[in-house]
Write a protein that binds this ligand. Structure first.
Ligand SMILES: Nc1ncnc2c1ncn2[C@@H]1O[C@H](COP(=O)(O)OP(=O)(O)OP(=O)(O)O)[C@@H](O)[C@H]1O
Ligand SMILES: [Mg+2]
Length: 327
């Protein structure tokens, strides 16, 4: 029986699929689908090396890009990139390869690669600490270049003047120790497309993100206080489904995504979808995260949320095992 090692740590929620409770749900789902699974909770590189050297697993699934004791932000990381270790030691792992992961965690790098291939992303520019402010078109949207879960995002993220741009850019630099990404503000509806599996097993599941409009403040955006609290509901994408799937397909091909990736997009002022980011380790909180919601929307087992979740996890694990010839 194949054993999947679920690797997580204090940063599992900020960097990856969710906290230790989520990891335990994944572990249970893997076991219930007939494989074996263990959890390694690591806080230091030494603990990570020890978990790797102990062996006893066939494939790793990591919630972490790099080891960090920060539970609130991803940060830019100073230590070794874990997927580089897996590659160097020929350890099979779930998700995109190391080079792709590094690009996905850096939203500016993702945008630049997609734009170079003619794939629709918002107008954007990155501002590093100390850099002079460039000319931008207003309204613009200012966010951290390398975070997740809407960290650093509030109604103040939408800026209309050079003064507000300077203020919000300084806020990102001072609080998150990373470059600020300035994008065209996309005023329309928000969509997300789940890419699941590879090759003949691959599925694209498009959804529209719905939030009670009363929860919005000045702008219809997913502020940080609206994330992780169960207020975002995924609905079918309706007439935008084909456009959303087509955009996601071109993006995941260009970026070389594998196994389980979620591409987020919003509509611009002209009614066209543009990609705002591709998530290399999408959230997997049962029921609350968008991947489980999308999976239940399209592939419900009819046997309840737990069984749907088990099926989703099985889809991800089995497609990764297959591409390594371990199925
Ligand atoms: N250019 C934009 N125009 C309007 N709203 C935006 C823009 N970029 C981001 N947002 C809003 O901010 C939210 C978070 O942005 P984004 O998806 O880029 O980052 P994230 O924090 O990595 O998200 P996730 O939790 O999905 O990983 C989006 O869901 C959206 O509501
Ligand atoms: Mg997002």
């Amino acid at each position: 029986m194949k054993t999947i090692l679920l690797l997580t740590g204090p940063a599992g929620d900020a960097q990856g699929w969710g906290d230790l409770r989520v990891t335990k749900s994944m572990c249970r789902a893997i076991k219930d689908s007939g494989l074996d699974s263990r959890i390694a909770f690591v806080s230091t590189m030494e603990a990570f090396f020890a978990a790797m050297e102990a062996g006893g697993f066939d494939m790793v699934w990591s919630a972490l890009y790099h080891i960090s004791d920060k539970s609130d932000i991803i940060g830019t990381g100073t230590g070794q990139w874990l997927a580089d270790y897996f590659d160097a030691h020929a350890i099979p792992y779930i998700g995109p390869d190391s080079a792709t992961m590094k690009r996905l965690i850096d939203k500016t790098a993702t945008h630049d690669m997609l734009a170079a291939q003619g794939i629709r992303v918002p107008f954007h520019t990155e501002i590093s600490p100390g850099q002079a402010l460039p000319d931008v078109r207003f309204p613009a949207f200012v966010k951290p270049s390398c975070e997740s879960r809407s960290v650093g995002i509030s109604d103040d993220s939408v800026v209309h003047t050079p003064e507000a741009l300077a203020r919000q850019t300084a806020y990102i630099h001072n609080n998150f120790d990373q470059p600020a990404l300035v994008e065209e503000y996309l005023p329309g509806d928000e969509y997300t497309v789940l890419m699941l599996g590879n090759g003949r097993l691959q599925k694209f599941l498009p959804g529209r993100v719905e939030v009670d409009p009363q929860l919005f403040g000045k702008y219809p955006i997913l502020r940080s206080d609206l994330r992780g609290v169960g207020v975002t509901r995924i609905k079918r994408a309706g007439k935008m489904a084909d456009q959303a799937v087509a955009l996601c397909k071109t993006a995941v091909e260009a970026l070389h995504c594998l196994d389980h990736v979620r591409v987020d997009m919003r509509m611009d002022a002209q009614g066209d979808l543009k990609i705002i980011e591709a998530n290399g380790i999408p959230g997997l909180k049962p029921v609350k995260s968008w991947s489980p919601q999308l999976f239940s929307l399209y592939h419900t087992t009819g046997k309840g949320a737990d069984r749907d979740y088990q099926e989703l996890i099985h889809c991800i694990v089995s497609s990764a095992l297959e591409r390594y010839g371990l199925a």
